[in-house]
Design a protein around this ligand. Structure first.
Ligand code: MG
Ligand code: MG
Length: 248
């Protein structure tokens, strides 16, 4: 079943959400060509801990870092390490936090310096699809309306919508029911109710939607090597509409 969060629990999740927002702000402010992804991750982890929170990804199923950092054709789950960030790359940063037992989860793709028009447009439409989907996260709507909104905007722009990875419910665990696909029919899925919290996270590719996992067991890349973007927010459904938790 899908657990509905109480107002007190939502209040804690606002704090967890503010931490991931702040961490992504640090990443966006500090990222620069010549830096390694490990250095960027270290700044993110330092911020999360400075807020009295725990980096949710570190140790999750053995993941070794506080953030996932995925560059260009890397879709998600890139492991921070020795890779040097370069001008013209797009860098997807995904961050999770735990505050008083509740999780926050958010991601954004950051342009490093000047990027190609192809990458810029991909980022714009991925963010646009997320924002339009969030607007559908209203009580009484089917979850499928959220999913179908992402798909129609992304495919309408000519892009591939990743199928193998989806968004999720979130609360006392990072991944709870229901799954939140970025594709599907608007009449599918559970009816949204006040107190449901979901992480909506379109992963959108310039080319094919097909992806594969690298030999490191984590990094997911596009099958055709073309760029991918990823934006994510943790959102609670309220009586008055969607409220983004992963924000200031
Ligand atoms: Mg995430
Ligand atoms: Mg997520």
């Amino acid at each position: 079943m899908i657990l509905l969060k109480t107002p007190d629990e939502v209040q804690v999740m606002r704090r967890a959400g503010r931490v991931v927002f702040g961490a992504l702000e640090v990443a966006e402010r500090e990222i620069k060509p010549g830096m390694t992804t490990r250095e960027l991750d270290s700044l993110i982890e330092g911020y999360i801990r400075s807020q009295g929170a725990v980096p949710a990804f570190k140790g999750y199923q053995g993941f070794p870092a506080a953030s996932c950092i995925s560059i260009d054709d890397e879709v998600v789950h890139g492991i921070p390490g020795d890779r040097v960030i370069r001008e013209g790359e797009i860098v997807s940063v995904d961050v999770g936090s735990i505050v008083d037992g509740f999780y926050g989860d958010s991601a954004r793709t950051i342009a490093v310096g000047t990027v190609s028009p192809e990458k810029k447009r991909l980022m714009e439409y991925t963010l646009k699809s997320l924002n339009a989907a969030i607007d559908k996260a209203r009580k009484g709507n089917k979850l499928g309306q959220v999913s179908a909104t992402v798909q129609s905007i992304a495919e309408g722009a000519g892009y591939g919508v990743v199928r193998q990875l989806v968004g999720h419910g979130i609360g006392r665990n990072m991944h709870e029911e229901p799954q939140v696909p970025n594709f599907g029919s608007s009449d599918e899925g559970p009816v949204l109710k006040t107190g449901m919290v979901i992480a909506i996270e379109p992963m959108i590719n310039v080319g094919t939607y097909d992806v594969k996992t690298m030999p490191d067991g984590w990094t997911v890349v596009t099958a055709d090597g073309r760029p991918s973007a990823h934006f994510e927010h943790t959102v609670v459904i309220t009586d008055n509409g969607p409220e983004i938790l992963s924000i200031a």
